[in-house]
Design a protein around this ligand. Sequence first.
Ligand SMILES: [Fe+2]
Length: 282
Amino acid sequence: MKKVSIIALSFFMSAGCVTAGVLQCLYHGWEYGSGGHLVRVPSALPGVPVPPTGHLPVCHAVERYGLVWVCLGEPMADVPCIPQDSDPAFRRINNPVEHWTASATRLTDNFMDITHFPFVHTGTFGRAQDTVVPRFDVVELDHGWCGYSYEVDVNNPDSARSISGQSDAVLHRKMSSGFTLPFAVRSTIEYETGLEHILLLLSTPIDDVNAYFTFVVWRNDDFSVSAEEVIAFDRMIGAEDKRMLEQVSGVLPLTQTGVVSVQSDKASVEWRRQFAKLLGVR
Ligand SMILES: [Fe+2]
């Protein structure tokens, strides 16, 4: 991640416009060049220099996967790797950013968890009759992702059939769930037909009990299903998670003593362990 020219830190900047590399503030028209330097104040008399304290603070940012990734400090790692983004067999579908009234820790824990499928996702793909999760190990997956692989049968309702490309009532999936610190989760789905559906689930804390959420999808399909239709089903699934998580108050404790965990929580436990270590929490 390299330091780029200007990061807008206020509404007036983010709503401004860029012309020939110069960002103009929406409010008073002040103009900023590379590195956040104030280069022109339209109201100033000719020959009056710009105020030296008018320059903008800057931070590290990079554009990838249709998103702007910002680091307010010094980056400790690159943006999470999704190699399918440069694979012409895959298309990428971006989604709007949503506000969830839940902590980013709870979102991340949820996205690493599969034991809630038969309870939270019965309106979409979850099978109420399949509640047992086989033992699994948390391992280094590919491309820097840490997590686990598993296989699962899922319901394939009418609303999912164009997305799955199959008409059977129940489908078999190979899946994996992996994380990179701090709050990125990758969920991979592979159907027996070879169709792959990859989700990058991203949570950004607003405060302890609010978060922004967005997700990006990559699919190696034949593009016959519209992006809107693909996203509609995934958003139904996300709405099931949101409805549940917004009923759970507070921040997910990062220490092992503050929460009861079972064998199938191993991946979340490992994420919490690594995240606590990153924060220096004991
Ligand atoms: Fe879920």
